[in-house]
Write a protein that binds this ligand. Sequence first.
Ligand code: NI
Length: 156
Amino acid sequence: MGNTDEPLLRRFSVSMPADLVGQLDALVGRKGLANRSHALAEMVRAYLVDREAARGTQEIAGTITLVYDHHKRDLQAGLTEIQHDHQELIIATMHVHLDHHRCLEILTVRGKSRPVRDLADRLMATRGVTHGRLTVIATTSPKRSPRANHPRGAHS
Ligand code: NI
């Protein structure tokens, strides 16, 4: 309160599916946030940080999470083809059969942020993919002390 650095707030209206609003309200309650606006602002910030980290040419590591319906024609083959095109970025994949229809796939990726981001965007934009997310879990910046990471050769 009385913080002179308080940013200028701007109001706008948001429309989204009612069940999503219900889930948003539950999240606001669980996290003890003041209101929906705070929750949304926090999510937008987190998203932008994620995107920023995934931009440029720095080395990043992370995961791409996908959920899709494997009954959708050609979907699985398409995803596999994209992954083969970018195998230099993909360290490991895990496929879980969630239920009768849905598959959950988690790809561990590492490489320059731009191509990793592009790979994630391509996979997530594939028709039939219902959830997609790139999470950057580590970045290596030349500014960081090398001691912050494993010494070279720690893993063969
Ligand atoms: Ni499956």
